[in-house]
Ligand binder design. Structure first.
Ligand SMILES: Cc1ncc(COP(=O)(O)O)c(C=O)c1O
Length: 380
């Protein structure tokens, strides 16, 4: 890769956490060790379970002059093509406890709903999924294929969640949501414990100590689940960097102020699963002291990064990475272009970086569009 292709990638914003104080026990008090152990036991017992690959981006680490860049490829998570397969389906199994007379419901940007639909289908349960007007029809089709009833709601994600809560109350359905609110914390904790599986796997996939982890955030469930995994499974604590879309930087704003902040999303990001205006309550308890740095990135380089993954720019494998797989890479490259942040985070030739490739072509149509747009940009 020529350096001109990575130069000039800029972070939209960044902040360092004044309240940083990583405390393993405090984190594991929020997302309990027993739950994490149980998630590991249950999920690794599912048919066709196998750890997703941990790839080494040897080409990119050479370009950026880093020791290693590891990429956890969640495009291969069961047949659901995203890490979300670990959370929702596990939560469905735990909350229903073998009871077949339950209707499960949820609101989703796509991947969480697919996981809940899959979990419900496996257990023979009815499933109602609420989606906003911004969720693509391709994603709805995938959930219907898993026997879910998909209900489209006018407005954004918050509106779909509102409709889900109201309808579920009226009909006695059991909500399996990945977002926490007051008095609704158990299920989000279960989904986080499911996500911690990624870290459990990584802890046995390399003998290198990870020095820096880039974690994508929407409402913060994935990031905090991964951090709980780090608290439990990693011997050394890496520096933790959050990445969000510039128009939905609710974790960054909250960490900056030290209290939960709402962001009014003016323009939905192409990284749809991460276009969230509010941090979930349980993740916040973990994120507020365990994150070193928060970054935000524009949508500009998403298509190009999708094409680079597919065209072996980072390593010798063809990687199918959807829109939400790109921000960790974009943030890392942009951080390496920013001497202040790079130095403060001590990113250098001894660094072993971990990036989470959250999803594959979960939305095939969008993926093909991004790939074609990005390939055109690369060939210019
Ligand atoms: C596909 C997808 N959806 C959603 C999210 C956001 O997860 P959460 O809302 O748990 O922070 C991510 C990654 O951050 C993602 O890759």
């Amino acid at each position: 890769m020529s350096s001109s292709e990575v130069f000039n990638w800029k972070l939209s914003d960044y902040i360092f956490n004044k309240n940083y104080n990583f405390n393993r026990q405090k984190i594991l008090d929020v997302c309990g060790e027993e739950t994490i152990d149980d998630a590991n036991k249950v999920i690794s017992g599912w048919e066709n379970y196998k750890p997703t690959p941990l790839l080494n981006f040897e080409k990119l680490s050479k370009t950026l002059k880093l020791k290693n860049i590891f990429y956890k490829d969640e495009s291969q998570r069961f047949h659901l093509k995203s890490f979300k397969a670990l959370g929702g389906a596990y939560a469905v199994e735990k909350v229903t406890k073998g009871n077949k007379d339950i209707t499960i419901s949820t609101a989703t940007a796509g991947n969480h709903g697919r996981s809940v639909a899959w979990g419900s289908q496996r257990l023979g349960l009815n499933c109602k999924i609420f989606i906003s007007e911004y969720v693509s029809e391709a994603r709805a089709v995938e959930m219907r294929k898993l026997d879910a009833d998909v209900i489209r709601v006018k407005g954004n994600y918050e509106k779909s969640l509102e409709a889900c809560i109201n309808e579920s109350k009226a009909n006695g359905w059991k909500i399996v949501q990945d977002v926490a609110w007051e008095n609704y914390e158990t299920v989000p904790k279960l989904t986080m414990a499911g996500y911690s599986m990624m870290i459990k796997e990584i802890s046995t996939q390399t003998d290198q100590y990870i020095t820096h982890v880039f974690l994508q955030a929407g409402v913060g469930g994935m990031a905090s689940g991964a951090i709980a995994g780090i608290a439990k499974y990693f011997k050394r604590i890496p520096k933790i960097i959050i990445v969000e879309p510039e128009n939905a930087d609710c974790v960054l704003k909250s960490i900056d102020k030290g209290t939960l902040q709402k962001v009014d999303i003016k323009k939905e990001s192409i990284m749809g699963g991460m276009s969230c205006g509010e941090v979930s309550l349980v993740p916040w308890k973990i994120l507020k002291e365990s994150v070193n740095c928060c970054t935000s990135v524009p949508d500009d380089n998403v298509a190009k990064t999708v094409a680079m993954l597919n065209n072996k720019y980072f390593c010798n494998e063809i990687i199918i990475g959807g829109e939400c797989s790109t921000p960790g890479i974009i943030s890392l490259i942009s951080t390496c272009e920013n001497n202040v942040v790079k130095k403060k985070l001590e990113i250098n030739e001894k660094s072993n970086i971990l990036i989470i490739g959250c999803e594959g072509d979960a939305d095939e149509e969008l993926y093909m569009n991004l790939l074609s747009k990005g390939s055109n940009q690369l060939s210019k």
